[in-house]
Design a protein around this ligand. Structure first.
Ligand code: MN
Ligand code: MN
Length: 465
């Protein structure tokens, strides 16, 4: 073995260790990353909407000894509660050894993902084909959504006030749905459109059938047949769509990507690739020092507005409830709290390398990514985590052998985006974004690394403990 030169030794001392996570993580960690990923893939496939994710997590919470939150009750160290908020967001709380006024450890991730929603009056027939009109949800590249199999999930409230849950297309034997696109032979004019307009919003029409109702001379026989099928299966009529939330999402399962199976492809990694490990960490940490709060929120993809989003009061109201029961004030709890805003960041994509700046981009397999600020145009629309808190998180991750990296959301002025970080920081909570780097973010089929996913889990465990 050759001796190290002075330059090599100095480099090791002074340069940041920027190695691939596979050269930093232990054999055991790598093995556990692959095992953890198996459960994640199954959960992701089963939880493609915010409602499904919320109910599946509550089911797991119950299995892990969590009870439904009672605002009147005074909880003690080691107690575990969950709150299902309006069926679309979940809070998981584990009461810590330290008093509540010492603050919470909050991990906040979102469980909504970009998708195709139905309009309130969706069903129509055109040239003897049946369709649904849609209104997309979140930031999508519309051209990515035609010609892939879609399934339908949601809930419908009927005229009599009763409700029915809809799920079509996930089981192998189920029919699927699709948005059609023009054949290249006849797309001379369409191909001149910009990519943004390649498929327009009002062209995201979903093909749902073609067979007319039999023995009937009436017009719209295809639509009639489709409504009749829906009535037979769910007891719903055309007007019931007006009191429904129905969402089209990709029909394919999460799966391994690559010869080495190091990656996972699937729908909705943003942000279930953070929500899932945050929840699993909450389940894993039995008796934390400080009370932990895992927030699995809705509506992030459309700006966190609405009463299930984090611009609403629901999280603070929960903190007010537990503070009151503990004989303290929510503002004191918040002031002493720390938060990981658990959201994804863009992974550097060598095919589109010009949108990232390599010294500050997040890379696949370099671990969980800390994003000090997001926003756009000179850090506008973001909370910019302070050096004190960055230092605290950096030490925490290093002390716990978590493989991590920092990442900016793209080059300066390349675009931008936001997370829930600023809404929590605005409550006087130390907050920074931490999550998993994603390739093809917001596409119907996104890609992440197994090692990065597992390091996110390890980061949440370290933070909660
Ligand atoms: Mn996100
Ligand atoms: Mn997003």
């Amino acid at each position: 073995m050759s001796e190290k030169t002075t330059a090599q030794m100095l480099k090791e001392k002074l340069f940041k260790n920027n190695k691939n996570g596979y050269f930093k993580a232990s054999e055991q960690d790598i093995k556990e990353a692959y095992t953890f990923s198996e459960d994640y893939k199954t959960f992701l496939t089963r939880s493609k909407t915010e409602r499904l994710f919320a109910s599946n997590i509550c089911e797991l919470a119950q299995k892990n000894g969590y009870t439904a939150f009672d605002p009147q009750k005074k909880y003690k160290s080691g107690d575990k509660v969950y709150l299902l908020h309006r069926n679309k967001a979940v809070l998981l709380c584990v009461f810590g050894k330290q008093p509540l006024e010492k603050g919470l450890r909050i991990a906040a991730a979102h469980i909504d993902s970009p998708r195709i929603d139905l309009k309130p009056n969706p069903i129509y027939e055109a040239d003897e084909l049946g369709y649904f009109k849609t209104h997309y949800y979140g930031g999508i590249k519309k051209y990515q959504w035609p010609t892939i199999p879609l399934c339908l999930y949601g809930v419908v409230y009927k005229a009599d006030g009763s409700s029915v849950t809809v799920s079509i297309g996930e089981k192998p034997e189920d029919p699927k749905f699709v948005i059609t696109d023009l054949l290249p032979h006849l797309a001379v004019e369409q191909q001149k459109r910009t990519l943004a307009e390649g498929i327009k919003g009002e062209e995201l029409n979903i093909l749902i059938g073609s067979r007319p109702f039999q023995d009937d001379e009436a017009s719209e026989a295809v639509k009639l047949n489709l409504l009749n099928l829906l009535f037979e299966k769910y007891g719903i009529t055309e007007g019931d769509f007006q009191s429904a939330e129905l969402e089209f999402v990709p029909a394919f399962d999460a799966c391994d990507i690559g010869l080495d199976r190091s990656l996972i492809g699937g729908y909705g990694h943003d942000d279930r690739v953070c929500s899932y490990p945050a929840a699993m960490a909450s389940f894993a940490v039995e008796s934390p020092e400080k009370t932990t709060l895992t927030v699995l929120t809705d509506k992030e993809e459309i700006g966190s507005e609405g009463n299930t989003g984090l611009q609403s009061a629901y999280m603070v109201n929960f903190i007010k409830d537990i503070a009151k029961a503990a004989g303290t004030d929510a503002y004191i709890v918040l002031r002493n709290s720390q938060c990981l805003s658990a959201d994804v960041n863009a992974a550097h994509d060598p095919t589109f390398a010009d949108v990232t700046e390599k010294n500050n981009a997040a890379f696949i397999n370099k671990g969980v990514v800390i994003t000090k600020y997001t926003g756009s145009r000179g850090k506008s629309g973001t909370s910019d985590a302070n050096a004190e808190y960055m230092g605290f998180i950096r030490k925490l991750l290093n002390d716990n052998n978590v493989v991590w990296q920092t990442g900016e959301l793209g080059k300066v002025d390349a675009g931008g985006g936001g997370t829930v970080a600023m809404y929590i920081a605005n409550l006087d909570v130390d907050t920074v974004d931490l999550g998993v780097p994603v390739l093809s973010m917001h596409a119907p089929f996104e890609v992440i690394s197994k090692l990065d996913l597992y390091m996110a889990y390890r980061a949440f465990v370290a933070f909660f403990r």
